[in-house]
Design a protein around this ligand. Structure first.
Ligand SMILES: [Zn+2]
Length: 216
């Protein structure tokens, strides 16, 4: 069951926050950020991790935006989002030989937000821990990785995916105290085309929208 009203309300509040600056208070946490609905590994049917994941007893200080470089599907359903998460995990475990999904969070083209690597959601809720990732060498112990379904070399992400990316970044910045200026692209720290030319070009806008929603 998807609570569309909750999604709409969150987007409405985020929009209001962007307009009004610091005026809006979310339901779950202080400040401008509404707590987004993030589907956990148990909900999308994740496989157990291959081996023990590492919990780091410190906050994240950066967000890295990625694209999966998968097809730009027009199936915007929750069922499809779950399938994307399962396929990505299988790719990372079976083809890359990793312990689990590499990134901490995944956003579908329909705008659904999902936990990637096990434990990432609880760590985020705590605000003072993070799970060591496998999304960018040199950044896995300090940066939260967000994979966006699709390929953004020549097209921009759909509106629903974009607003969820903004919302997730707002929540991450709020929980971990990450400055919006530290929202970067994978290519800023690794030799890769990721997150695609079009999405990369929108990162200044992302930082601006997150900053506005946080009232900073
Ligand atoms: Zn990437």
């Amino acid at each position: 069951m998807v609570d569309y009203r909750a999604l709409d309300r969150r987007r409405f509040l985020l929009g209001m926050g962007a307009l009004a600056g610091a005026g809006i208070t979310g339901e779950g946490i202080a400040g401008a950020a509404e707590v987004p609905r993030i589907y956990g590994c148990d909900e999308w049917g994740a496989r157990p991790p291959r081996d023990r994941l590492v919990t780091l007893n410190h906050r994240a200080n950066r967000i890295l935006v990625h694209h999966i470089a998968s097809a730009n599907s027009t199936d915007y359903s929750l069922a499809h989002a779950f399938e994307v998460a399962r396929n990505d995990q299988a790719d990372h475990m079976d083809n890359n030989g990793w312990s689990d999904t590499g990134q901490h969070f995944t956003i579908s083209r329909g705008g659904y937000q999902l936990e990637g690597r096990h434990g990432s959601l609880n760590a985020l809720k705590s605000g003072n821990k993070m799970i060591k990732g496998a999304h960018c060498p040199g950044q896995n112990e300090n940066a939260i990785g967000i994979e966006n379904e699709g390929t953004y070399t020549s097209v921009e992400p759909p509106a629903a995916q974009w607003s969820s990316l903004v919302a997730l970044c707002v929540y991450l910045c709020e929980q971990y105290g990450i400055p919006p200026e530290e929202i970067k692209g994978h290519r800023d720290f690794y030799h890769t085309e990721c997150p695609g030319e079009k999405l990369y070009a929108k990162l200044p806008q992302l930082r601006g929208e997150v900053k506005a929603a946080l009232g900073r």
